[in-house]
Each structure stands twice: as structure tokens, then as C-alpha cells.
Design a protein around this ligand. Sequence first.
Ligand code: KIV
Length: 272
Amino acid sequence: MSTAKKEIKRITTHILQTLKEQGEKISMLTAYDYSMARIVDAAGIDIILVGDSASNVMAGHETTLPITLDQMIYHAQSVIRATERAFVVVDLPFGSYQGNSTKALNSAISIMKESGAHAVKMEGGSEIEDSVIRILSAGIPVMGHLGLTPQSIYKFGTYGVRAKEEAEAEKLISDAKLLESLGCFALVLEKIPAELGSKVAQALHIPVIGIGAGDGVDGQVLVLHDLLGITQDFNPRFLRRYLNMYDLMKNAIEHYISDVKSGDFPNKEEQY
Ligand code: KIV
């Protein structure tokens, strides 16, 4: 029997670009901790996003705004330790890059140095141009994020579909082209009309990954806890739940409690 270790090839920006060129869809999911990231990586996901949605999903905040750079680095370190194949992208959190390109560069360097991640993601277009340029100039790959950008939720005032009106759609297209021309390796489009998603994906050479951006983009991303049905109170139209893990876990835990109370656990085989 061969003892040779199975060769696992790490996904790179180059491979992601090739997937777009070959018309193969890109799969992307969030993960924030070691145990979940191991499962996601073993399943063969292309990209793991250490999203600032950790602020909602892991910490219970109402928005993504409170999560800090150090907290993002902690999540990213745990995910990196778990992955062998996936390309790992980490969100730059709110306040760590807007309006100050030096601060942006330092934040991105901290993430890359302290976690070992492979790229950062940033929300916004022309408003963050200087920060994107500065980070790219340090050799750090940047993924853009347009459409519904949750770090600007208080500006939008709602989590509704973005860019339904022509002016906002035009701005989104021009921001997407700008981010590509600056050198971003990929772009996330969140909660926009499917037709606009297709238009952007066709106009850009880099991969465009959608979350609620229709089926005409180059790949899809979901929040892992939504897909698994761990979160219960988030039901946008774009979400497909593949499991009802909330009920599965609750039932298992109720069973355990009842076994402890009745004295059924541990039995004779479960002790020393
Ligand atoms: O933080 C996050 O999970 C994200 C995805 C929704 C794309 O940015």
C-alpha cells in the first residue's frame, strides 16, 4: 500500500482566472473557525471568505460594523490552520481602510502577516481607489465588493436590492471597471438585479462572484451558517438552505440533556 501523501493543489488567483476563462463556475463560502473551515476545505470549495459577517454570525452583532481588525485576524488564523486547498480571502473590517490609504495598507499587511491569508476584500468603488492602489502596490491581492455593501448600511438605510435605478447601476458598472483596471483579481456583487450581474460579468475579464446577483455571474458565495440552516431569522430570496442544522443540533442537545437527567449517559461502556 502506498504511503505517499495525497497531492493537494492550492487554489491561486491564476487558477480562479483560468476557471472564468474556461467557463467553470467558482464556489465560495464563508468560514470563521478551524472546525468549520476544515469541513468546507475538505468538501473542495474554491474560495473561503473570512467575512466580516462574523460580526453577525459569530458575535451576534446587528451589523458588520463592530468587528475589529484583531478579531478578523483571529478568525483568519483559525481558518488558515484548517485549509490545504482553498484560496482564503479576509474582509478588511469597517474603519480599517476607508479614507486613509496608509492605514489601509497597514491593515492589509497585518492581516497577511499575522494570519497567512491569501488576499483581502474591500467594500466600495471610486471612494476607496487610493486604498486599493496602495494595497495592490504591496503585492497583496484585492477582491472588490459592490452592490449591497453592509459596511455602509446606515447610509443605505435598508438591506434591500441595490442598483435597481439606472444611475446607481451605471455607477456600479463604472466602479467594477475601475476596480478591474486597478488590478483587483475578482469582484463580489451583492444583492443586485440578475441582469446587471450578467452585464458586469460579461464586461469584466476578472471573475465576478455573486450573492443574490443572479445566475449570469462567474461564481456564487453564501454565508455558511445560512446554507446550513444554523441561522434561522435570515430569509432573503437568494438563500438556498441545504440543511436544517438548527433543528438537528437542538434535537441532539435535547437528547443529551434528557440522557444526563435520566442517568442513561454515561453507560457502563462509556466509563473507565
Ligand atoms: O462578510 C461576508 O460574509 C460577505 C459575503 C456576504 C460576501 O461579505
